[in-house]
Ligand binder design. Structure first.
Ligand SMILES: Cc1cc2nc3c(=O)[nH]c(=O)nc-3n(C[C@H](O)[C@H](O)[C@H](O)COP(=O)(O)OP(=O)(O)OC[C@H]3O[C@@H](n4cnc5c(N)ncnc54)[C@H](O)[C@@H]3O)c2cc1C
Length: 380
């Protein structure tokens, strides 16, 4: 078993670590305070090829492997979770469906500009009445000749309402399967399509600089060429998208957990009580030891899930295990990082306060912890 990263993986990780240190971290507090979308940072990431890392060069991507993409996300997420989720939602949820299921023409038309980072793209699965039960989609599309008439709404959609947003791929019910279940099909809806309404951004507990909005579709007409893949294949498609997304989210979780550790270790060495740095107290150094151990384990879990995917082997269970463990690890690390900071950790001037608010959604997005446990249990 070889845990050595190859030259390209090491290079991408180093580049992203430096980018996060120099271009993201210095702005993270302000982004959180103002809730402004980080356009400048995202455009710089696009210029570095970070918005199309795992896609082939012929489609505007960097041609990196899936683990390199995850390593990049870990480092970007270590710099700031809002920037990290913007990159992850664009790549894993927005662009990947085109890569995996798009026709050659759709790849040229949509994937190429997305991989180059000219636009951001969203994936609209969640609805006001269909969250964990994502097959319970109520949005529906009726075929009228060569067009589809879409009606319905989506909730909590990332990257849909920025100046850079190009559109959204959504799930919609297009009929019934032979066994009576909803047949779901995915449709590409570019921004500006009549009947596609982008709601006002939510006010959130964390991830404040990422863009999250409700969407509505009112007699929204899209041509059949904007159907992604076969009719009725939507459920299978988003199950695979979510499996891949969970590995990517795990890398973000590890990045956030690592940021908690970094700040806690630094503070514990500087803060003095009873005449010595608090890291000299075993109660504090043991917290750091536990954090470091869990982070390493969570990291190995996403490496393994990514490796399985890259070998073409099943990875659903490992993706859910990695997502569940890494999000809970990040939560414990954020909690301990605040504890190590004492009262200062409760103050917004200290990054750990932001980490603590950001971490909660990591146990919710792309499948809650309860859903991950269900998936793992189903695969035992
Ligand atoms: C900031 C943010 C960004 C997001 N971005 C996107 C996006 O880009 N695209 C997208 O499609 N979605 C997005 N989501 C939606 C996210 O995936 C859902 O919020 C999540 O899947 C949970 O759905 P829900 O919020 O409707 O909760 P619900 O499904 O209503 O769950 C409520 C609670 O019940 C539990 N529960 C539900 N069913 C069961 C069960 N069978 N057994 C045990 N417990 C259960 C849940 O675990 C949870 O604790 C985003 C969410 C947030 C908060």
């Amino acid at each position: 078993m070889d845990f050595t990263l190859n030259d390209e993986q090491t290079m991408i990780r180093t580049m992203c670590r430096e980018f996060a240190e120099e271009e993201i971290k210095p702005h993270a507090e302000e982004l959180d305070r103002t809730g402004q979308f980080p356009y400048e940072i995202v455009r710089k990431m696009a210029a570095l090829g970070l918005l199309g890392l795992p896609f082939p060069e012929e489609y505007g991507g960097a041609g990196a492997d899936f683990l390199s993409y995850c390593l990049a996300l870990e480092e970007i997420g270590r710099g700031d979770a809002s920037v990290g989720i913007t990159m992850e939602a664009h790549t894993s949820l927005g662009a990947t469906p085109f890569y995996l299921f798009g026709s050659e023409e759709q790849k040229q038309r949509y994937l190429t500009p997305l991989a180059r980072g000219e636009h951001l793209w969203s994936f609209g699965l969640t609805e006001p009445n269909a969250g964990s039960d994502s097959g319970g989609t109520e949005t529906h599309a009726e075929r009228e000749g060569d067009v589809w008439r879409i009606n319905g709404s989506k909730a909590f959609i990332t990257n849909a309402g920025t100046e850079m947003s190009g559109g959204v791929t959504i799930t919609a019910v297009t009929g019934r399967t032979a066994d009576g279940h909803k047949a779901i099909t995915n449709f590409i809806v570019p921004k500006g399509t009549p009947g596609y309404h982008i709601g006002a951004a939510y006010h959130k507990m964390g991830w404040k600089a990422s863009d999250t909005r409700p969407l509505a579709f009112e007699d929204c007409l899209v041509p059949d060429e904007q159907r992604l893949g076969d009719q009725g294949d939507g459920f299978r498609q988003f199950m695979l998208i979510l499996d891949l997304g969970r590995v990517a989210i795990s890398a973000l979780n590890v990045g956030l957990a690592q940021a908690c550790f970094d700040e806690a270790q630094r503070y514990a060495s500087e803060r003095r009580q009873f005449g010595r740095p608090i890291v000299a107290f075993q109660a504090i150094s043991f917290k750091l030891a536990d954090m470091a151990m869990e982070i390493e384990l969570a990291r190995l879990m996403y490496y393994k899930a990514a490796w399985l995917h890259m070998q073409g082997l099943p990875f659903t269970k490992e993706a859910s295990m990695a997502k569940l463990f890494s999000s809970e690890t990040a939560k414990r690390c954020a909690d301990q990082a605040v504890q190590i900071h004492g009262g200062y950790g409760f103050m917004d001037e200290y990054p750990v306060s932001r980490f603590w608010r950001n971490v909660k959604v990591h146990e919710i997005g792309e499948g809650t912890s309860e859903v991950q446990r269900q998936i793992i249990a189903k695969h035992l």
